[in-house]
Design a protein around this ligand. Structure first.
Ligand SMILES: NC(=O)C1=CN([C@@H]2O[C@H](COP(=O)(O)OP(=O)(O)OC[C@H]3O[C@@H](n4cnc5c(N)ncnc54)[C@H](OP(=O)(O)O)[C@@H]3O)[C@@H](O)[C@H]2O)[C@@H](O)CC1
Ligand SMILES: Nc1ncnc2c1ncn2[C@@H]1O[C@H](COP(=O)(O)OP(=O)(O)O)[C@@H](O)[C@H]1O
Ligand SMILES: [Mg+2]
Length: 281
């Protein structure tokens, strides 16, 4: 296994995009977050809020009907489109072509949702982030990965990774299998953990930010939102993935002295995103 490249502040500053003073929301990218099901609408809230707070100009969330009021009340800045079904997604139709889409947090694995995911992948051309239940569904249908745009970003935690690539007997075998997966399907693998690694074909990148405060419900949902927001702003997928994991971890490093490990939640990640961006410039 090759030595990993470290994702450091110095590294991300090489590709961090400056803010254009005469930009407007239409130029800042329109992202769509497809997330949530009954009891897991919170995943859609966390992902779409962090997407917006990563600098994206417009964010639309696609949720089952049960998520409508929750989203509109908890994040007025986000636009909401609902599925025809009440509790889980069954038919994903978007009245726009966004600059990036993040799909999966909290969507569940109902048969109707599986079919909706397949139909969505068949028609979608926008840059994509696949997380959580989108990965769990794809793990049972690996040929669907042939439908996704090249350099689609997958963000599995260790269990989701195992569902995708199968069991491993050693760390080095885990990397070998993930590299082979990235090469075969031409996708970027964000192997979440402590630390998080990003695999782009044979290249391995190791993140240098983050701590155990991130071991909290919804932490990954916010990462999906951040990476999707960066993609929508025009970052190439490899840079969106690297900057996303770096900023996500940085929120925990900055917040830790104020919150401690215990009271840090996924909402704290969102709260500290601004400070993480500011610490880069
Ligand atoms: N507020 C909301 O709406 C929220 C909604 N959410 C949504 O819920 C859905 C289910 O997601 P999920 O990840 O909880 O379930 P699942 O895929 O079965 O994985 C769990 C198992 O994986 C393992 N594991 C995980 N991390 C690991 C690690 N670092 N290192 C090692 N192992 C690790 C661990 O396995 P164990 O060690 O117990 O064998 C654990 O039991 C999904 O759609 C998500 O978006 C959540 O985001 C929460 C907030
Ligand atoms: N001990 C830890 N140190 C650093 N990062 C961690 C640690 N535990 C979890 N994380 C990070 O938190 C996130 C958890 O994602 P995930 O398991 O998908 O959460 P959820 O599905 O609840 O949103 C990942 O980005 C992971 O790297
Ligand atoms: Mg997750």
């Amino acid at each position: 296994m090759k030595d990993p490249f470290l994702i450091t502040k110095e590294e991300v500053l090489k590709f961090l995009q400056p803010v254009n003073p005469i930009t407007h929301k239409g130029l800042q990218g329109h992202a769509v977050i497809i997330a949530g099901s009954y009891g897991k609408v919170g995943a859609a809230v966390l992902a779409s809020k962090s997407c917006l707070k990563s600098g994206c100009g417009l964010v639309t969330v696609f949720v089952p009907k049960c998520g409508y009021q929750i989203l509109q009340i908890s994040i007025p800045e986000v636009m909401v489109i609902t599925d025809e079904n009440t509790n889980f997604l069954t038919s994903i139709h978007l009245p726009l072509v966004p600059q990036a889409i993040g799909i999966g947090p909290g969507i569940g694995v109902e048969l109707g949702t599986q079919k909706a995911l397949f139909e969505f992948l068949r028609v979608n051309k926008s840059p994509l982030v696949l997380d959580a239940d989108a990965l769990n569904i794809m793990a049972e249908n690996l040929t669907w990965l042939e439908l996704v745009p090249e350099n689609t970003i997958l963000t599995p935690h260790p269990k989701e990774l195992e569902r995708l690539i199968g069991k491993w007997n050693s760390e080095s075998e885990k990397f070998q299998k993930t590299i082979a997966f990235s090469e075969k399907y031409k996708v970027i693998m964000v192997m979440k953990g402590a630390p998080t690694y990003i695999i782009i074909k044979t290249e391995i990148y190791e993140n240098t930010t983050g701590n155990a405060a991130l071991a909290t419900a919804g932490s990954g949902d916010t990462l999906t939102g951040i990476i999707t927001g960066l993609l929508a702003q025009g970052y190439e997928p490899k840079y969106a993935a690297k900057l996303g994991v770096f900023l996500h971890g940085l929120t925990a490093d900055i917040a830790l002295p104020k919150t401690g490990y215990e009271s840090f939640t996924a909402s704290t990640i969102i709260k500290y995103l601004g400070k993480a961006f500011l610490s880069l410039v």
